[in-house]
Design a protein around this ligand. Structure first.
Ligand code: NDP
Length: 296
């Protein structure tokens, strides 16, 4: 195996450590405790795991965690009223509504009802616009985590060819904006892209955010490229026993690692960085709200 394995778990632990130090100073010097409110509607098992993990890590860095669990049949009005309540609560500096919402709820309306200054997921249309125009925004956590790992590995990304596979509002599009902001030449590929293998072969940086298990094989990868695997896919693992499953990314790890210069594993790559960035965003939102200097 040739590639450097980018250890997202260790990097995320470092980021959380820095956030925790900053939070301790905010408390000591300014009497200020950052607060993160997470809203979960319904009982989606994966969402429940994420929310539990977010709440635990929020408390571990010294922040206040407010969890709001609502039944699946919650109506739009009730959810909007909760968002309004959190918007006006001074102890809440960050608000995250766990996606996906049940089908009967208008996701866009809910996300756009969040005060953009508290929108730690960066999905509010104002933050999308700010990011798109290169202004100070709340940046979506998953792409931010990917960018941090790339910067850490390469230093400058200027002039590099980057291909982002996937064009979702949550990952693909903001990832492309961030890479453009760091002066990469960016291609966004999607399900209609012609000759995807050739497009990917041009890339010095490949970010795969598709949601298809092990779709990208090693022979699509340019030798020495950096591969950031955002995908989280649960697949059967009969080798572990009947009915058992395991997590894989959107890239075939072994074959890509033979060719790539660096690669993130799944699990242990992008996933842990996402939550660390959520905490970092909550800290940033707290500092901005209080008119204090922002953490680096
Ligand atoms: P979406 O389903 O919203 O988007 C998937 C994208 O992949 C779409 O743009 C789609 O194209 C594209 N696509 C689908 N099939 C192909 C194909 N055969 N070739 C090329 N492109 C294709 O997913 P998300 O962006 O929300 O998530 C992507 C993955 O990342 C998932 O596995 C998800 O679980 C994971 N994820 C991980 C996170 C983490 O913390 N690590 C956080 C968020 C997501 P089109 O637009 O044309 O349909």
């Amino acid at each position: 195996m040739a590639a450097t394995i980018i250890d997202g778990k260790a990097f995320a632990a470092r980021v959380r450590g820095q956030v925790a130090e900053h939070v301790a100073r905010l408390k000591e010097v300014h009497g200020l405790t950052p607060g993160l409110a997470v809203v979960l509607v319904g009982e989606d098992p994966a969402s429940q795991v994420y929310v539990r993990s977010k709440g635990k890590q929020t408390v571990e860095v010294g922040m206040a965690s407010f969890e709001h669990k609502l039944p699946a049949e919650t109506d739009q009005e009730t959810l909007m009223a909760l968002v309004e309540q959190l918007n006006s609560d001074p102890s809440v500096h960050g608000i995250l509504v766990q996606l996906p919402l049940p089908d009967h709820l208008d996701e866009e309306a809910v996300l756009n009802a969040i005060n953009p200054a508290k929108d730690v997921d960066g999905f509010h249309i104002s933050n999308v616009g700010l990011l798109g125009t290169g202004q100070k925004a709340m940046v979506p956590c998953t792409p931010l985590g990917c960018l941090m790992m790339l910067r850490e590995h390469h230093g400058s990304l200027s002039g590099m060819d980057a291909v982002v596979i996937g064009r979702s509002n949550i990952v693909g599009k903001p990832m492309a904006q961030l890479l453009l902001g760091d002066s990469c030449t960016v291609t966004i590929a999607h399900s209609r892209t012609k000759d995807l293998p050739e497009v990917v072969r041009r890339a010095d940086i490949v970010v795969a955010a598709v949601g298809r298990p092990e779709m990208v094989p090693g022979d699509w990868i340019k030798p020495g490229a950096s591969v950031i695997d955002v995908g989280i896919n649960r697949v059967p693992a009969p080798e572990k026993g009947d009915g058992k499953t395991r997590l894989v990314g959107d890239c075939q790890f072994d074959s890509c690692a033979e060719i790539a210069g660096a690669i993130t594993p799944v699990p242990g790559g992008v996933g842990p960085m996402t939550i660390a960035c959520l905490l970092a965003n909550t800290l940033t939102a707290t500092c901005r709200a209080a008119g204090l200097p922002e953490p680096e």
